[in-house]
Each structure stands twice: as C-alpha cells, then as structure tokens.
Design a protein. Structure first.
Length: 306
C-alpha cells in the first residue's frame, strides 16, 4: 500500500468515495472503555459488532475491538470523527465487503498462532499496532491483512497527521490467505520494538508530568525512538525496563548523564542484565551531584531533560 498525509477536511471526502464502497472504523474499547456504551447511546441500532462476539471473551465488552459501519452525517459518525484526533482509539477504512463478511475475516486474525503453534492475541485493531505493522511488516504480510480494504486512514503519531494508505492491487490474494491464523514469529520483535516508545511515553507522562507537559506526544515519542533507545543500546541494555530507566534518568538528571565518569565505570562491565542492576551501587549524593551539574547535557533549544 502507498500512503500520503491528508487533512481532516479531506478525511470526510476520502471516507465516502463515489464508487459505492462501505465506510468502517476499527475501534479499540481497551483504550476507551466508555466506547461500547457511547455507540449504543448515539445509535439505537448501530451497525457495529465486537470481534469477541460469541466467544469466551464476550464478557470483556469494555476491552473488545469493534467494527463499526459509519453512515455519513450520522450522530455516531460525527461523534467518532469529532473526538478521534483527541484520542485516536482506532482507524478508518473503506471496503466493498459487508459488516458480516469483515467480521468473519478479521475475527480469524484476532486469535492467531505463532510458528510453534502457540496461541497469540494479535491486536491489529489497536492503531499503534496497525501503524507499526503497515510500516515495518513485509509487504506480503501487510497485503494479507488488509486485502479487503481499499483505503485505510490512520493517525501518524510521530508526524501528527493523518496517513492515508491505498490498496495498489489485491488480485492475487484470496479469502484463504486472509483467514489464516498463522502469525510469523519473526514479526514479534519488530512490532515489540516499534511499540516500545508508546509504552515509555505513557510511563513518562504519568511520572514526570512537570517535565513532559510542555511537549507534544510526537516530540516525546521521537526523542524516545531516536535518542533514548539508541543510548540504552550503546550502553549494552535494550530491554524495556532499561530503556524506561534511561528515559526517566535523562529527564531527572539531564541528557547524556551517562557520560559522567562514575556512570561510565558502572556500566562498562557487561555482567549486568539491566541498567538498574548496573547503577544500583551509586548513592544518592552522587546522583545529586550529577543533577546539579547537568553533566554532559546536550545544548538543545527544546530538549527533554534540560
């Protein structure tokens, strides 16, 4: 699929093409637990269905993914579009298939198995997961997942804009390919790595409100991806907790705090499994000294951690 950035005004135009396709939204109630109630509040008989329908997880309606058919200018559609940019809890797409047909196809992709036959939950309906999948998964894997879709519109968290993906060709794909429950195991670390910045972002915004409130999510995500993660890797630690610790220490003590001789000495021995273990021997007095001197801080005009 190819993609281009579009404005919110153009989103309305793209969502209702002239060639008679249906317009849908994938919405993730796990990110907005009031979503199911809101759907049925705004529409008496909404064309919506949970991918957990008639499953053992049916009681988890407040955590479930939903496919919702959108009617132009309806109260539900207006609410979804109006609130979507503030909290992108899903993404939009157009398709010639019916709601029931999409349910059958995509329900098969929620519970998948890896190369070893181990069951997995594939949260492709989470816009962060789908965006990462579109960007990093092999083209054939992407096509197998989105082949019923003509256009897909999703929020690009890093560039703070709407990204439009359009189907180039789906002539070689079949329903059999779509309904396969196998998930390539090699994609797991790719998606895990792509989603790590979002995990760190939530932690930093919760625990460092004063230091993060002046920055957009895109600025923080970019700093995590392009600065914090590479720095943790250079120190020899690429696990989630180590990246999270380096990110928080950068905000607390200044960027490039690890260039202090004491930090260098503590992290040069690769016998430790995590950054927390490597730094466990540093006392509070030393940390306070590093904080006061903002050791090795990068001279950025608008840098986190300064």
């Amino acid at each position: 699929m190819k993609h281009d950035a579009i404005s919110l005004d153009l989103l309305y135009e793209k969502l209702w093409p002239d060639h008679g396709e249906n317009t849908y939204a994938f919405l993730d109630a796990a990110s907005h637990q009031a979503l199911p109630a809101k759907i049925w509040e705004l529409e008496k008989e909404p064309q919506a269905i949970s991918l957990f329908f008639q499953s053992s997880a049916a009681e988890l309606s407040e955590q479930a993914p939903y496919i919702v058919k959108l009617e132009k200018e309806s109260s539900l559609t207006n609410w979804i579009l109006g609130s979507w940019q503030k909290q992108p809890v899903g993404f939009f797409f157009t398709s010639s298939l019916s709601l029931d047909a999409l349910f059958i196809l995509y329900r098969a992709r929620v519970c998948v198995v890896d190369d070893d036959g181990k069951p997995m939950l594939f949260r492709f309906y989470d816009p962060r997961v789908m965006l990462a999948y579109l960007q990093y998964a092999p083209e054939q894997s992407v096509e197998q997942l989105v082949y019923p879709i003509s256009r897909l519109m999703i929020w690009d968290y890093y560039n703070e804009e709407i990204a439009l993906y359009e189907q180039v060709s789906n002539a070689d794909l079949t329903d059999t390919m779509m309904t396969t429950r196998r998930f390539e195991q090699r994609l797991t670390p790719i998606l895990t790595s792509a989603l790590l910045p979002f995990k760190i972002l939530s932690y930093l915004k919760l625990n460092f409100i004063e230091k993060t409130h002046a920055f957009t999510d895109a600025e923080i995500l970019t700093r995590i991806r392009d600065d914090y993660i590479p720095r943790a890797t250079r120190l020899g630690f690429n696990d989630d907790s180590s990246v999270g610790l380096l990110s928080s220490l950068s905000l607390e003590f200044g960027d490039r705090f690890e260039t202090h001789p004491i930090i260098i000495n503590a992290t040069k021995d690769r016998k430790y499994n995590s950054l927390s273990d490597a730094l466990s021997g540093i006392d509070e007095i030393t940390w306070e000294y590093i904080r006061e001197h903002n050791w090795g801080a990068a001279p950025l005009k608008k840098g986190l951690g300064q």
